[in-house]
Design a protein around this ligand. Structure first.
Ligand SMILES: NC(=O)c1ccc[n+]([C@@H]2O[C@H](COP(=O)([O-])OP(=O)(O)OC[C@H]3O[C@@H](n4cnc5c(N)ncnc54)[C@H](O)[C@@H]3O)[C@@H](O)[C@H]2O)c1
Length: 254
């Protein structure tokens, strides 16, 4: 039997109240980690009511530096180190190129970019050799994508991830980015049907993904099984970003 060796390790997951973050928190706890699931609500959300031992919940707005500081103090006061951080919390913003405002940009950057930077700054001091950080990007960080503010924020997150992998590598801390394609979560439940159809046409596996399929890759990246992987961009997208637009040609000639 292969062990994921997450027993006794402490992992913080942001935006864990629903969707991918909740699936990641549940899977990591099931794999033996002590998981500190965090989200905006004061009360433990339904998505993390799992009875799994070691699944804790705390309120955290990732855009709030003092909230991160409090979380780090709370973890330190218990004598725990941090072995994993999943910067999953993110918001979407669907304004198009000629309509997007500076406020739109600021809003998504505050959560998707600054939230991840603040998390790394607050928790890296509690992390040691063998720790792992996973940032949650998007296929929008690998290609052009119509919502301009969201797309720019996810490309910026990629830049942050690469700097963090370089700067924290000498301390034995790995930093990788997963890039989900169309995943069925409350976020995509509000997308137009046309968006879903057009995305499926560009996805070689021909279907949408589940939150659990992203969580499996996050689990791998947090475990010692990926001990020599850092600075990597890993699509979890059914092949959407890999063909660079060639799928339409392939389909036309079938
Ligand atoms: N669902 C997809 O198809 C998809 C595709 C690509 C990338 N992503 C990315 O995956 C991540 C998770 O997306 P999801 O689909 O599960 O979204 P979701 O909207 O279902 O869940 C996001 C969670 O983040 C929380 N959150 C939002 N702002 C926060 C803040 N300031 N502080 C703390 N928590 C906050 C929300 O309360 C929510 O629980 C996001 O970073 C998103 O951009 C999603």
């Amino acid at each position: 039997m292969v062990s994921l060796q997450l027993e006794g390790r402490t992992v913080v997951v942001t935006g864990a109240g629903q969707g991918q973050g909740a699936a990641e928190a549940r899977l990591l706890a099931a794999a033996g980690a002590r998981v500190i699931a965090t989200d905006l609500s004061d009360d433990r959300p339904d998505g993390v009511t799992s009875a799994a031992d070691g699944l804790l919940y705390r309120r955290l707005d990732v855009a709030d530096a003092s909230g991160w500081k409090d979380l780090a103090s709370w973890i330190g006061s218990r004598g725990w180190t941090v072995d994993g951080l999943v910067n999953n919390a993110g918001i979407t913003q669907r304004s198009r190129l000629l309509d997007a405002s500076v406020a739109d940009l600021q809003k998504v950057y505050e959560v998707n970019v600054a939230g991840s930077l603040l998390g790394i700054q607050a928790l890296a001091p509690l992390m040691g050799d063998g720790s792992s950080i996973v940032n949650v990007g998007s296929v929008a960080a690998l290609t052009a994508h119509y919502p301009v503010a969201y797309t720019a924020s996810k490309w910026a997150l990629r830049g942050l991830s690469q700097v963090a992998a370089m700067e924290l590598g000498p301390r034995g801390i790995r930093v990788n980015t997963v890039h989900p394609g169309f995943i069925q979560t409350p976020m995509t439940a509000t997308a137009k049907p046309e968006f879903r159809q057009a995305t499926l046409a560009e996805t070689p596996l021909g279907r949408t993904g589940t939150a659990e399929e992203v969580a499996g890759v996050v689990l791998f990246l947090l475990s010692p099984l990926s001990s020599f992987v850092t600075g990597a961009d890993i699509p979890v997208d059914g092949g959407q970003s890999g063909h660079g637009g060639a799928k339409a040609v392939s389909d036309a000639l079938r």
